[in-house]
Design a binder for this molecule. Structure first.
Ligand SMILES: NC(=O)c1ccc[n+]([C@@H]2O[C@H](COP(=O)([O-])OP(=O)(O)OC[C@H]3O[C@@H](n4cnc5c(N)ncnc54)[C@H](OP(=O)(O)O)[C@@H]3O)[C@@H](O)[C@H]2O)c1
Length: 253
C-alpha cells in the first residue's frame, strides 16, 4: 500500500488499534479523518494531533453511514483510503442469553462488525473506482479463522468480513483500489471492556507490524497467533478452538 499522500478515513480511529494507526498515518504524511461515537474520545485525539479531522458517527446506523459518506466526499473529495476498524466484542454463553428481550444488544455486534464495513465498502468503492490510487482496509481477527467460542457472534462477524473482503478483492482487481485484510491477534486495547485484553500484543508493536506489512504490499496478513491461525489445517483449527474454549469458558459461566 502507498503509505503517504493519502486522505484516509479510519472508523474507530480515536482509540485502540485505530488510534495507533492514526498516529502512524499522520507521521507518514497523510491527511487523516477519524470517526467514533464518543465526542470526548475524538476531542482527546484532536488535542494530541490538532491536524486530525474528526466526526461523530455511530456506524451501526445506516443513516449515519450515509451521512458520513456524503459529508466526507463533499468536504474531503480527495479521500482515497477507507479503514474499517471500528468494532465491538461481546462474550456470553448462549444458555444465559434472553434473546426475546435483548436481541437489540446482540445485534449491535453484527451491525458494527459486519453491516457497517459492508455498507461503507459499497458506498466508497464506486467513489474510489475513478481515482488513480485508492485502498480499502478491513479489520478481521485471528478469530475469523479459529472461532473463540466464548464470543460466538463476534467470531462469526469476523469470518464474514474475511469472506466479503476476498470477494471484494476479486471484483475490484481491474481498478486501482487495493483491498487489504488485517487480522489482529489479541492486542492490548479496551476491546470488549476495559481490562479484558491485557495478555496480548502491545498495541504499538502490533501497529508497527501492520505498517511493515502494508509497506511490503501485503493484501492479507495477521500477526503472532493470528498469522498462524490463517494457515491452520482443519484439524489444527478444531484443536485450537477446543483449547481456547476450555481455557476461557469459566469466564462466561
Ligand atoms: N484488540 C484485539 O485483541 C483485537 C483482536 C482482533 C481484532 N480486533 C479488531 O480490531 C479493531 C479495533 O479494535 P480495538 O481493539 O482497537 O478496539 P477498541 O480499543 O475497543 O476500539 C474500538 C474503536 O471503535 C470505535 N467504535 C466502536 N463501535 C463503534 C460504532 N458503533 N461507531 C463508531 N465507532 C465505533 C470506538 O470508539 P467509540 O467508543 O467512541 O465509538 C473505538 O475507538 C476491531 O475491528 C476489532 O474487532 C481487535
Amino acid at each position: 500500500m502507498k503509505l503517504s499522500d493519502n486522505t484516509i478515513l479510519i472508523t474507530g480511529g480515536a482509540s485502540g488499534i485505530g488510534f495507533a494507526l492514526t498516529e502512524r498515518f499522520l507521521k507518514a504524511g497523510n491527511k487523516v479523518i477519524i470517526c467514533g461515537r464518543s465526542e470526548e474520545k475524538l476531542q482527546k485525539a484532536k488535542e494530541k494531533y490538532p491536524e486530525l479531522i474528526t466526526r461523530v458517527c455511530d456506524v451501526t446506523r445506516g443513516s449515519e453511514r450515509i451521512a458520513l459518506f456524503n459529508w466526507v466526499t463533499s468536504e474531503h473529495p480527495d479521500i482515497n483510503v477507507l479503514v474499517n476498524n471500528a468494532g465491538i466484542q461481546q462474550r456470553y454463553h448462549v444458555l444465559k442469553t434472553n434473546a426475546k428481550d435483548d436481541w437489540n444488544y446482540y445485534s449491535q455486534e453484527i451491525a458494527s462488525n459486519t453491516e457497517a464495513p459492508f455498507h461503507l465498502c459499497l458506498l466508497f468503492a464506486p467513489f474510489f473506482a475513478n481515482k488513480d490510487y485508492a485502498a480499502i482496509l478491513n479489520f478481521t481477527s485471528g478469530l475469523a479463522y479459529t472461532p473463540m467460542a466464548i464470543a460466538p457472534i463476534y467470531s462469526a462477524t469476523k469470518a464474514a468480513v474475511h469472506s466479503f473482503t476476498m470477494s471484494l478483492r476479486h471484483q475490484l482487481e481491474d481498478t486501482a483500489i487495493e483491498v487489504i485484510e488485517i487480522a489482529p491477534p489479541a492486542v492490548n486495547t479496551d476491546l470488549g471492556g476495559v481490562g479484558l485484553h491485557t495478555f496480548g500484543t502491545p498495541v504499538d508493536e502490533f501497529a508497527d507490524a501492520v505498517f511493515k506489512n502494508l509497506d511490503e504490499g501485503k493484501h492479507e496478513f495477521g500477526y503472532a497467533r493470528a498469522e498462524k491461525a490463517r494457515r491452520m489445517s482443519r484439524d489444527e483449527i478444531d484443536e485450537s478452538v477446543k483449547e481456547m474454549y476450555s481455557n476461557m469458558k469459566d469466564t462466561i459461566l
